[in-house]
Ligand binder design. Structure first.
Ligand SMILES: Nc1ncnc2c1ncn2[C@@H]1O[C@H](COP(=O)(O)OP(=O)(O)O)[C@@H](O)[C@H]1O
Ligand SMILES: [Mg+2]
Length: 439
């Protein structure tokens, strides 16, 4: 009888191997086998179908559905077992920190598989010869096109993938039985990804909608955010947490004035602007960083937390590079919090407020030709899509009244630029040369 993997149980396999492998090597193999065979129990049931073959595996829905974690876990286990070449891609990736590299390497550790992987700053390989590649579509499409033999391509944050990127990527993943895994939170119904995979799914597609309720690991921090949004804006909740598409209405204050996009780190010596907004009870606390180039504003860092205790503020702020080095104008409604944070080593002070300061600040922000929001600043991008004027329920007229929701990151941006925002001094009066580093 010929002995194949399929015809032997694990005891027989390890028995046969004991005559050729050293005890240490055998033990290592047994440990890996144990991890791979038992950790299946960790997968949320909604994702069981992922183990079946399909050309397209599409996971979509609201925030917190365990999409990214589950895919990372499955790919790590596959890479521990088979010598696969796995491309992890997204539309925008300006540095490795924007990719799922960190998530994949954390999974390797949490699954106890560190002995079987080599993790370097830019690459991850497994002892059996699998390889993870991390590349952004927008910048590295030519490189991706010339990469041969990809077995699995994971497209993360796929809501922002353009049609032209799909048209180049799909034929590039051409190896026999290769698969394209796609994860995203829907934005607009007209987005190319939504049209291509949800409205008109191609043959051999597996499409799974998941939400936070399918995630047995749903953490308390996200639960606080979920409840907060349900309370302040049930309509936005349906989009962010319910996974419904959003229709960007004319009432959105920054409609057509911002773009979520990939851009480089600011050059050394660039003047950076920091601003902080405090959360009361369920409101988020926010620190943002931005800079100005030409007549555009770039928001490139955010720290965002709901229910943050005073003692935890320094840790949150330290996630924004340079936060201890630069001045931080902050919401002046909590002087005791400002004093506390200052004592912890931040150069923080009150931003002035006056009747109409919100409108004056918005006018300054609207004076930029464009506001670019880095893809990593997810909460800022979300607020720019949702921050709105009030509409008249009967006539649908847009009213000159700003709805006091979805404005924490935006308030923090206003505070960061408070040196330029003067009472009744609309941006028309303020030339770009007035900014110290405008080019
Ligand atoms: N397998 C897992 N093990 C541990 N925590 C998990 C796991 N899956 C999900 N989580 C938790 O749930 C949160 C949301 O999961 P995530 O994959 O980021 O959701 P989505 O990508 O759908 O927005 C994570 O931040 C993590 O705390
Ligand atoms: Mg995700």
């Amino acid at each position: 009888m010929q002995l194949t993997r399929a015809s032997m149980n694990s005891d027989q396999i390890f028995g046969a191997l004991s005559s050729i492998a050293s005890p240490a090597a055998l033990q290592k193999m047994q440990r890996k086998y144990h991890i791979l065979s038992t950790s299946k129990d960790l997968t949320p049931p909604k994702f069981f179908a992922l183990d079946q073959a399909a050309r397209y595996k599409v996971l979509y829905g609201g925030r917190g559905g365990a999409k990214s974690h589950t895919i990372a876990e499955k790919l790590v286990k596959r890479a521990a077992r088979d010598p696969l070449r796995i491309l992890c891609t997204r539309e925008f990736q300006s540095s490795i920190s924007d990719s799922v590299h960190r998530l994949i390497s954390d999974k390797i550790v949490s699954l106890g598989l560190s002995d079987y992987f080599d993790v370097t700053k830019a690459n991850i390989t497994s002892s059996i010869g699998a390889q993870f590649l991390f590349k952004g579509l927008r910048r590295s499409i030519q490189e991706i096109k010339s990469t041969e033999g990809i077995d699995i391509c994971w497209v993360e944050e796929a809501q922002s993938i353009s049609n032209s990127s799909w048209e180049i990527l799909i034929p590039t993943i051409r190896k026999e039985c290769s698969e394209i895994w796609i994860s995203f939170n829907p934005e607009d119904e007209t987005d190319p990804t939504y049209q291509r995979f949800i409205i008109h799914p191609p043959p051999n597609s597996m499409v799974i909608k998941v939400g936070y309720e399918d995630n047995p690991y749903f953490p308390a921090t996200l639960e606080a955010e979920r409840r907060y949004m349900l309370e302040v804006d049930p309509e936005a909740y349906e989009h962010v947490w319910g996974g419904q598409c959003r229709v960007m209405s004319d009432a959105v204050i920054f409609r057509n004035r911002f773009e979520v996009s990939d851009f480089d780190e600011p050059a050394t010596g660039t003047r950076l602007y920091y601003g902080a907004d405090w959360g009361f009870s369920q409101d988020p606390t926010v620190l943002v960083r931005c800079f100005i180039l030409g007549d555009c504003l770039y928001v490139d860092q955010e720290a965002y937390g709901v229910g943050i205790e005073l003692d935890d503020l320094p840790e949150l702020f330290d996630t924004v590079p340079g936060a201890r080095d630069w001045p931080i104008p902050a919401d002046n409604s909590r002087p005791e919090t400002i004093s506390h944070v200052r004592r912890k080593g931040f150069n923080i002070s009150s931003a002035p407020k006056w009747p109409g300061s919100v409108e004056d600040g918005i006018a300054v922000l609207k004076g930029f030709r464009k506001i670019y929001i880095h893809g990593r600043c997810k909460r800022t991008a979300e607020e720019f899509r949702l921050y709105s004027y009030k509409t008249d329920r009967l006539t649908n007229d847009i009213l000159p009244i700003i709805v006091d929701k979805h404005n924490h990151c935006i308030d923090a941006i206003r505070y960061s630029l408070s040196g330029f925002i003067k009472a009744n001094n609309l941006f028309d009066d303020c030339r770009f040369e007035d900014f110290p580093d405008a080019s």
